[in-house]
Design a protein around this ligand. Sequence first.
Ligand code: PHE
Length: 345
Amino acid sequence: MEAQLEQLKDEALAKIEAASDVKALNEVRVAYLGKKGPITDLLKGMGKLPAEERPKMGALVNVIREAVTEVLEVRMAKLEEQAINEQLATESIDVTLPGRPARTGNHHPLTRVVEDIEDFFISMGYEIAEGPEVEKDYYNFEALNLPKDHPARDMQDSFYISKDILLRTQTSPVQARTMEAKNGAPIKIICPGKVYRRDSDDATHSHQFTQIEGLVVGENIRMSDLKGTLDLFAKKMFGTEREIRLRPSFFPFTEPSVEMDISCFKCGGSGCNICKKTGWIEILGAGMVHPNVLRMSGYDPTVVSGFAFGMGPERVAMLKYGVEDIRHFYTNDVRFVSQFHRTEV
Ligand code: PHE
């Protein structure tokens, strides 16, 4: 029986050695060490042996079983490692393959123009102020020297929410709000934001558009300060060769009031389709803050003075980038929007 056991052991070890993968080795384990295997059979057959031989044989079977188990486990660990390495080798990622490029967006052209304008005025020491789009009639009109039945209200057809509340038609109400809040202190602000007017949308009109308001209030603020500021602004936005021209105009909240034109950046003044053969392009409205407006918001017009201006970034963007229809700004066609990559102005 001893010889039989030794032979069994050699056979098992040879098969363990020969097993080339985890699956084959598991089969060997079941075949030799499993419940139906020869070693178990031998243990079961012990009862037939003479009583004095049983302990010796039992010990021998156990030694052989342990030896086979140990060799099998070592081999199993090796085969498992081999399997993992093979898997790693076949599943590895080729990091040298080119990746999928991430699509980067860009600023909306209006955002870009607004930011360019903001950058310029911030560099001149202005602060940025904001106000509500749903505004009181008082700030949108009355505090700007446009009492209830003033005919100049007709210039800005409005969306009323109630008798006293409307969607603001201009960013000028922020002038009155800021003056109220600053309570007599000097002011130097610009205010970008959305405004609304009852207009039929076409290539140059939109019921909603943006404006940038400017307001400077303090002692000794003169018309020449306004002119110098606008001149610098025009050169910054449209090129250093630009000249400006101020034409008399009317706004209820400024006196005197002006429209500012710039010399045409396309033809330089000789006349073309952009400037409609005049050599000049209208850019914004401005003026010296009306004494009534100063007074209504708590400033003494005998002590301080101020200037204000208001412009439409859409118009600036259309001129600067040759956009022929204002509606392009709002319909968000990526083919349009993606054409505007930021460069230094
Ligand atoms: N709020 C005026 C408009 O919308 C523009 C403006 C602002 C004019 C400030 C003068 C001073 O037409």
